[in-house]
Design a protein around this ligand. Structure first.
Ligand code: OGA
Ligand code: NI
Length: 349
């Protein structure tokens, strides 16, 4: 199926190609202000030696995970200069000439489907699929020995080095969050870290959303929940676009400079037996400015099987999800994602 980078389409746009026009029910309308602001959690306070302070912040985290499934993480200890570099790198990459970016694409501009791990667009699995106003670069960053370095850009020249550094920070933050979540559920501190395993996978997705003359008709990303365990997202520092579905309403997630947005994916909802939520979210576009985001998806070892923790299942709390092999889940997820469908129902008991 022909694929063309949205960046090129946006540049020469006379008329919006109809594959990008959302059905009326899915079109973005002005969002309402949130009923309460997106929770902000200070990660530094989660390990404070002052017990009151620590407990209060843990409760804030609990509420965030049980209601929104989303929070803004501050006090994460990752330097602002690294975050700025990662943001700049992303813009620099997408601003390279198309021929240069295409070197990191699995298949040519008008070839067939793109491989998942590369520069390009998400897989198109049916003729009538409505396409996202989004180009992306998708790379596996852990396990380190499985990286496919030939898909890692060498331009900008610092790309690999900075991504390597950022991945290490993200892995550390991911493990820290998994430990905090285990504590909240009265599980052994390393419960989730062990479930994710030595061969836990982390993918990075650099998103590029070109401006669109008809932001009322298109979506940068259609509504979805994430398929992994935890997602850590670096928002554009100047342009908003992420929205989360809360009580049936789309709520804008404003960017807080140097905060990192954390959301749960389906696999944490499964492992927590539904106590924590994997939120549905989407990205909208705007008519003037390009927008970028850098998203880290952190998931358990694909060869393992996940299920609700035994400790979270008893007669008063029935098991909500079946045992699923992580790689099977991810495979079904990718298919459903293309069709705009959720996968978590597939794992329900
Ligand atoms: C994603 C995602 C939102 C954004 O890549 O899964 O939800 O703001 N991105 O780019
Ligand atoms: Ni997402």
């Amino acid at each position: 199926m022909a694929s063309k980078r949205v960046q090129d389409i946006a540049k020469n746009l006379k008329e919006l190609p109809k594959q990008y026009v959302q059905k009326e029910s899915n079109r973005p309308i002005k969002t309402s202000p949130p009923p309460s602001p997106i929770p902000v959690v200070d990660l530094h306070l989660l390990s404070s030696s002052q017990e009151d302070e620590m407990k209060e912040e843990m409760e804030r985290l609990r509420t965030a995970l049980q209601t929104w499934g989303f929070f803004q993480a501050i006090g994460h200890g990752i330097s602002s200069s690294l975050l700025d570099e990662v943001g700049q790198l992303t813009r620099d990459f997408f601003n390279l000439p198309m021929e240069e970016k295409q070197r990191y694409s699995k298949i040519g501009i008008d070839g067939h489907e793109d491989g998942m791990e590369a520069y390009g667009n998400d897989i198109v699995s049916s003729e009538d699929q409505i396409l996202n106003w989004n180009d992306r670069l998708y790379l596996l960053v852990t396990p380190e020995e499985e990286r496919k370095l030939d898909s890692w850009p060498e331009n900008p020249s610092t790309f690999r080095e900075i991504l390597h550094e950022y991945s290490a920070e993200m892995k550390e933050m991911g493990d820290f969050l998994l430990k905090a979540m285990a504590k909240l559920l009265d599980l052994e501190e390393n419960y989730f870290v062990n479930r994710f395993g030595e061969k836990a996978i982390m993918y990075v997705r650099f998103n590029y959303y070109p401006p669109c003359s008809r932001p009322d008709l298109v979506l940068g990303l259609t509504p979805h929940s994430d398929g992994g365990g935890i997602t850590i997202l670096l928002q554009d520092n100047a342009v908003d676009g992420l929205e989360v579905l809360r009580d049936g309403e789309w709520v804008n997630v404003p960017a807080i400079p140097h905060a990192l947005l954390v959301n749960l994916g389906d696999q944490m909802e499964i492992m927590s037996n539904g106590i924590f939520k994997s939120p549905v979210h989407r990205a909208v576009t705007n008519s003037e400015k390009e927008r970028v985001s850098v998203v880290m998806f952190f998931a358990p070892d694909p060869k393992t099987v996940i299920s609700p923790a035994d400790e979270l299942v008893d007669t008063t709390k029935p098991r909500l999800y079946k045992k699923v092999k992580v790689e099977d889940y991810l495979q079904v997820f990718m298919k459903n994602y293309a069709l705009g469908k959720r996968t978590i129902d597939w794992a329900k008991v």
